[in-house]
Design a protein. Structure first.
Length: 431
């Protein structure tokens, strides 16, 4: 049975190669031909055109990859939940008009059983609520009892397109029950709940449509398959770890952070959250910077800047006031370098870029924090609302991204932000 993350990557590619899939390299984090996407968010991104390519013109009908991905839309969840990340790796198998639902389910089940060796009694399945075919296949192929197959709506079980247009369709997901201790304890907690009990680790998408710019769904001439297994979550499950951050992908980074800072991970929940977030964020910075994306005030660069500033803010909360993130670069390279040859050669440059960016932020952080405290103090007299103009000043003068201010305020109590539509407009105009 495979356990270590490097074994999971290799086993996955070998498994699908043995079943006729071309092993393709990861595409860069910046998609080559898709201006509607800031970053590669899924394994299928590099293959988008193939879903509508005529069969005789396809370079291959099946492919498998380990894809570098970045998603920053849920930044403030990172470190807080056991499973959210900015940078992550997606293991995928793809069919372009070749096999469809039945084989996708057969392959997934076989991999889960024979390669990962998971306790199948703890595996739950979700299907698109109208997809009776998938439901029946899970029962027939895998023998999953009806009670562990859950029908969910479009929000959970219809995927895509990535960006504005392209392949999309209903999906079926595999979840692992990590135990009641990780759950929210609510009586209606089940697959699809926002808590950490049922971890979705593999999404099998059945692309049947090609979404057009105007939102219409045109049926694909040849339906395909697009799957994504999250390596971090799978490693956590396969290793029986406490969570993603205790898997072999993150723990060495957190251990190094403890060693360099003298801080105890187990001190309290805020420390754990901060260290998780830092480990995640430094990894994202190392991968993006190694591809030549730099922190800036717009687009991709601004995503990096927000990630770095959040990590820096978390470290300050732990009492670290000097540049520190850059000191973790070597450990990231030790963990990830064996699979990503691009990391080691760029590491010294990446470390100095991170240090310089940290310095830039730290120069205003202390005065910004004083300003933040003032805003909080004033807000108490106003029904706990921090006015948008303070959020803007913190952003404009001290470089605090608005969601960083919002998160810091939430961490301090029940403070809400009152940002009026006019203020939003003013910010945009001032930008
Ligand atoms: N493209 C699918 C996803 O990202 C597999 O979940």
């Amino acid at each position: 049975m495979v356990r270590a993350s490097h074994e999971i990557r290799t086993a996955y590619l070998k498994f699908f190669e043995a079943r006729g899939h071309a092993v393709r390299p990861s595409a860069p984090l910046v998609p080559r031909d898709d201006p509607s996407l800031l970053f590669t968010v899924a394994g299928m991104v590099q293959f988008k055109p193939l879903y509508s390519t005529p069969p005789d013109q396809l370079p291959f009908k099946r492919a498998t990859t380990v894809q570098k991905c970045l998603r920053a839309n849920d930044l403030e969840s990172v470190g807080r939940t056991l499973r959210h990340h900015t940078f992550f790796e997606m293991l995928g198998n793809f069919s372009f008009g070749d096999y469809f639902k039945r084989e996708a389910i057969e392959y997934a089940w076989e991999f889960v059983k024979s390669e990962l060796g998971l306790d199948t009694e703890r595996v739950w399945i979700s299907v698109y609520e109208q997809d009776d075919e998938a439901r029946a296949m899970w029962r027939e192929i895998a023998g999953v009892p009806a009670a562990r197959i859950v029908g969910l709506g479009k929000k959970d079980n219809f995927w895509g397109p990535a960006g504005e247009t392209g392949a999309c369709g209903p999906s079926s997901e595999l979840y692992f029950d990590t135990g009641a201790a990780n759950g929210c304890g609510k009586s209606d907690c089940a697959v699809g709940c926002d808590c950490d009990r049922y971890i979705e680790f593999w999404n099998l998408v059945f692309p049947q449509f090609d979404q057009q710019k105007d939102g219409t769904l045109v049926p694909l001439a040849h339906p395909g398959i697009d799957t994504g297994m999250g390596l971090e979550r799978t490693a956590f499950i396969a290793q029986g770890a406490r969570d993603n951050f205790h898997s072999d992908l993150f723990w060495p980074v957190i251990a190094r952070l403890q060693e360099l800072s003298g801080l105890e991970y187990e001190r309290d929940a805020a420390t754990r959250l901060a260290m998780n977030a830092v480990a995640d964020h430094v990894r994202a910075l190392v991968f993006t910077l190694s591809e030549g994306i730099y922190p800036s005030n717009e687009g991709r660069g601004y995503v990096l800047r927000r990630i770095l500033r959040r990590a820096s803010g978390k470290l300050r909360g732990l009492g670290i006031h000097d540049p520190f993130l850059y000191r973790l670069v070597d450990t990231i390279v030790e963990v990830m370098g064996p699979h990503y040859a691009e990391l080691a050669p760029t590491a010294p440059r990446v470390a100095s870029l991170i240090e310089a960016e940290e310095q830039r932020f730290l120069a205003t952080l202390e005065t910004g924090m004083a300003r933040f405290e003032d805003a909080l103090g004033a807000a108490r007299g106003r029904g706990d609302a921090v006015p948008g103009k303070d959020v803007f000043t913190l952003y404009d003068t001290y470089g605090f991204p608005p969601e960083l201010t919002a998160e810091m305020a939430r961490d301090r109590g029940k403070l809400e932000f009152i940002v009026t539509a006019r203020e939003k407009k003013e910010w945009v105009a001032a930008d």
